[in-house]
Design a protein around this ligand. Structure first.
Ligand code: SF4
Ligand code: MSK
Length: 626
C-alpha cells in the first residue's frame, strides 16, 4: 500500500528511509497484525476480574456475564465520552479565556456582533452593556453549561424544533456537558448498564452535548475572541516552511496560544533578533487543527495534516515545534533528537517526556508567546545542515463559516440561505456533504479524502470540510475556485462561478463541525427542504478517521439526523446486534444512521444515493445534470 498520495510526504518518507528515521507508518507496520479482539470489540478491561475476551467455542461472556453486545457497546461509548471530553474541555478553556477578556489583559473581544448573537442564545440581555460586561456574562453562562446539574443545554435549542422534540421523546436531549461524560463512565463501569441500545442512547446524548455544547461553545467563543473568519487566501503543505526564516510550527487544537504567537511574531524586537541571528524573518506555520484555527482567521500557512507532524520536523528547518493539546504524537520527542528542533509543550494537560515545557497561562499570554518565539529564534543558528524542504505548496481559500456561506451563497449583500436552498430545490445542486476527520496510517494518506471529494463534486454535491480532511483537500488543490471548472459537475460549476466560491468549502477545525450543524439548521429554517435536519439532502463522512473525537462527531451527526459514512468501522464488528443497530435500526429513532465503507468512491455513492432518496422524499425534481 502507498503510504501517501502527497508528493511532499513521499519525498520526506524517502528522507526518513535514507536516514533510518521511524515514522507512524513504520510503527503501524510493527503493530500488525493488530489484536483482533480489540479491533472487533471482544475484549473488556473494565474490572480486574478480567481482562475478559469472548472466544468462539470457549466463552460467550466475561466473568460477570457481560456478552459481546454489552462489551462492545460499553467500549464504544467510552470512546464517545473521551472524544466529547476533549472537545468540551477545549470549549471550557476558551470560556475561561473570554472571562479573562472581560478584565485587563492580552485578550479582547474581536467580534462584538457575534458576542451579542451568542448572548441571545444564552438568554442574556445585551442592551446597554459594553463588550467587557457582556463578555463576562456570556463566559459565565457558557461555563455554567459544563457543570449544570439540572435542565437542558441552551445551545441545543438552536436545533430545529422537531429535532429537539425528538431528542426529548428519546430521552437524549443533552444536559450539563460534564454530566453526560460522567454518566457514560458510570453506566459503563462494572455491573451497571448492560443493554447495548440503552448504552448507545446515552452515547448519543453525550455526543450531542459535544456537538451542540462543548464544540459549539468553543467555536462561538473563539469567533467572539479572535474574530469570525471570512474567506481568505493562503498556502498549504511543507513547502510553506522557509529555509531562510525562523520556522515556528504550532500543532494541536487550541487557538488561545497560537493567536498570541502570531502576534508575538510581529513584535519589532523579536523580528530584529531574528535578523541578528541571520534569518529572513519569522515564519509561523501550523499542523492539524491549531493550523486550521489560525489559517481561518489570519491566513497563516498550513504545513500539513496529522501525518505531516513528523515529516515537518524531518525537513530540518523547524526551529521550534510548539504543541498544545490533542493529536500530538509522543514520538516527536525522540524524533527531534535527530534535528536541532526544540519541541515545546505548553499545556499543563499535555506533558511529553523529553520536551521542553513552557507553561501557557492566559494572564501572561503574550509574554509566554514571546518567550516561545524567542526560543525558536535562538535555536535558528543551531541548524545542523541537511535541510530538505519539498517544493510543494498549494494555494487555497479558507475561512467559510455558517455565516459567510450564508452571505456567499446568498450573494454578498443578501444574508440568506435562499439561493442555496433554491439551487437544491431546482436540482442545480444535488445536495451538500460534510467530509471531516483525520489521517490514519492504515489508509494511504489523503487518498480517501481526495477521491471522495472529487466524486461528490463531480455529481453536483457541494462539499464542506473541516480538520485534517480540509487540509488533505487543500493540499490536493481542491480548495481553489478554478477547480470547479476542472472537476465539478455542471450545476455546481454554475453556482461556483456565480458566487465565486470553490466547490469545497473549508469550515475550520474539528470543533467547527458545529458550524455544519448550524448551517444545516439554517437550511431547514430557510424553508422548502423539510422540517428537520433528517429531511434535507445531505450526508457526512469521515473517510480516514482515527481519533475518539471522530466517534463523538459521528454520533452527534447521526443523532442530529445525518447519514454518516466512516472509512473504517467502529471497533465493535463482533457484535452483530450492535452493528445492525448502528447501521439500520438507529435511523428509525433519530433519522440518521452509520455506514462503513473503506472504498471512497463507493462511500461517495452511498452518500449520493442517500441524498437522492431525500430529494425523492421531498418530491424535488431530478438533479438538473444527473
Ligand atoms: Fe470481565 Fe465483566 Fe469485568 Fe469486563 S466488567 S472485565 S467482562 S468481568
Ligand atoms: S486534528 S482529531 S487528526 S482531524 Fe483536529 Fe486532524 Fe483528527 Fe486530530
Amino acid at each position: 500500500m502507498e503510504r501517501s498520495i502527497d508528493r511532499a510526504a513521499r519525498e520526506m518518507l524517502g528522507v526518513a528511509k535514507e536516514r533510518g528515521l521511524v515514522t507512524a507508518w513504520d510503527r503501524y507496520e510493527a503493530q500488525t497484525p493488530q489484536c483482533r479482539f480489540g479491533a472487533s470489540g471482544l475484549c473488556c478491561r473494565i474490572c480486574v476480574m478480567g481482562p475478559c475476551r469472548i472466544v468462539e467455542g470457549k466463552s460467550t461472556a466475561g466473568v460477570c456475564g457481560a456478552g459481546v453486545d454489552t462489551i462492545a457497546a460499553r467500549n464504544l461509548v467510552r470512546m464517545i465520552a473521551a472524544g466529547a471530553a476533549a472537545h468540551s474541555d477545549h470549549g471550557r478553556d476558551v470560556a475561561h479565556t473570554l472571562l479573562s477578556a472581560s478584565r485587563d489583559g492580552d485578550y479582547t473581544v474581536k467580534d462584538p456582533v457575534k458576542l451579542r448573537r451568542v448572548a441571545y442564545s444564552f438568554g442574556i440581555e445585551a442592551e446597554g452593556k459594553d463588550d467587557r460586561e457582556l463578555a463576562r456574562e456570556v463566559a459565565e453562562a457558557a461555563l455554567a453549561e459544563f457543570g449544570k446539574q439540572e435542565g437542558e443545554l441552551l445551545l441545543a435549542y438552536r436545533a430545529p424544533e422537531p429535532r429537539v422534540e425528538r431528542w426529548r421523546r428519546l430521552g437524549i436531549m443533552p444536559r450539563g456537558i460534564d454530566r453526560e461524560v460522567v454518566e457514560i463512565m458510570h453506566r459503563t463501569t462494572m455491573g451497571v448498564d448492560a443493554d447495548y441500545r440503552n448504552i448507545i442512547l446515552q452515547g448519543m446524548r453525550c455526543a450531542l452535548a459535544d456537538g451542540w455544547g462543548g464544540s459549539m461553545i468553543a467555536t462561538d467563543l473563539q469567533d467572539v475572541l479572535f474574530g469570525t473568519p471570512s474567506p481568505l487566501r493562503a498556502r498549504v503543505n511543507l513547502g510553506v516552511l522557509d529555509p531562510e526564516a525562523v520556522n515556528i510550527v504550532v500543532h494541536g487544537h487550541e487557538p488561545t496560544l497560537s493567536e498570541m504567537i502570531v502576534l508575538a511574531a510581529r513584535d519589532p524586537e523579536l523580528r530584529r533578533l531574528a535578523e541578528e541571528v541571520g534569518a529572513r524573518g519569522i515564519n509561523i506555520a501550523g499542523i492539524c487543527c491549531t493550523a486550521n484555527e489560525i489559517l481561518m482567521r489570519h491566513g497563516i500557512p498550513v504545513a500539513g495534516n496529522f501525518l505531516h507532524q513528523e515529516l515537518a520536523v524531518m525537513t530540518g528547518v523547524v526551529d521550534a515545534m510548539v504543541v498544545d493539546v490533542q493529536c500530538i504524537m509522543p514520538a516527536l520527542s525522540d524524533l527531534v533528537k535527530h534535528f536541532h528542533t526544540v519541541l515545546i509543550t505548553t499545556s499543563p494537560k499535555a506533558a511529553i517526556p523529553g520536551a521542553e515545557h513552557v507553561e501557557f497561562s492566559e494572564d501572561r499570554a503574550l509574554e509566554v508567546a514571546k518567550e516561545i518565539v524567542r526560543k525558536g529564534i535562538e535555536n535558528f543558528p543551531r541548524r545542523n545542515g541537511g535541510a530538505r524542504v519539498p517544493d510543494e505548496a498549494m494555494d487555497l481559500i479558507a475561512g467559510f463559516t455558517a455565516e459567510s456561506v450564508f452571505y456567499f451563497l446568498g450573494g454578498r449583500y443578501r444574508a440568506t440561505y435562499r439561493p442555496l436552498n433554491d439551487a437544491i430545490i431546482d436540482g442545480r445542486l444535488r445536495g451538500v456533504a460534510g467530509i471531516v476527520g483525520c489521517n490514519n496510517p492504515k489508509i494511504t494518506q489523503d487518498f480517501a479524502h481526495v477521491e471522495m471529494t472529487k466524486e461528490l463534486i463531480k455529481h453536483d454535491v457541494l462539499v464542506v470540510t473541516t480538520g485534517c480532511a480540509a487540509i488533505a483537500d487543500a493540499k490536493a488543490g481542491l480548495l481553489r475556485p478554478e477547480v470547479a471548472f476542472e472537476l465539478a459537475g455542471k450545476g455546481l460549476q454554475e453556482i461556483c462561478e456565480a458566487v465565486g466560491i470553490p466547490p469545497v468549502l473549508h469550515l475550520g477545525a474539528c470543533v467547527d463541525n458545529s458550524r455544519i450543524l448550524i448551517a444545516l439548521t439554517n437550511m431547514v429554517h430557510e424553508g422548502g427542504l423539510g422540517d428537520d435536519i433528517s429531511d434535507i439532502p445531505v450526508a457526512g463522512a469521515a473517510p480516514e478517521w482515527m481519533s475518539e473525537k471522530a466517534v463523538a462527531i459521528g454520533f452527534y451527526f447521526v443523532a442530529s439526523g445525518v447519514f454518516t459514512v466512516l472509512g473504517q468501522p467502529f471497533p465493535v464488528t463482533a457484535s452483530e446486534a450492535l452493528m445492525k443497530f448502528l447501521t439500520e435500526d438507529i435511523e428509525e429513532l433519530v433519522g440518521g444512521k452509520f455506514a462503513f465503507e473503506p472504498d471512497p468512491i463507493k462511500a461517495a455513492h452511498l452518500m449520493i444515493e442517500h441524498i437522492d432518496r431525500k430529494r425523492h422524499a421531498l418530491k424535488l425534481r431530478e438533479p438538473m445534470y444527473a
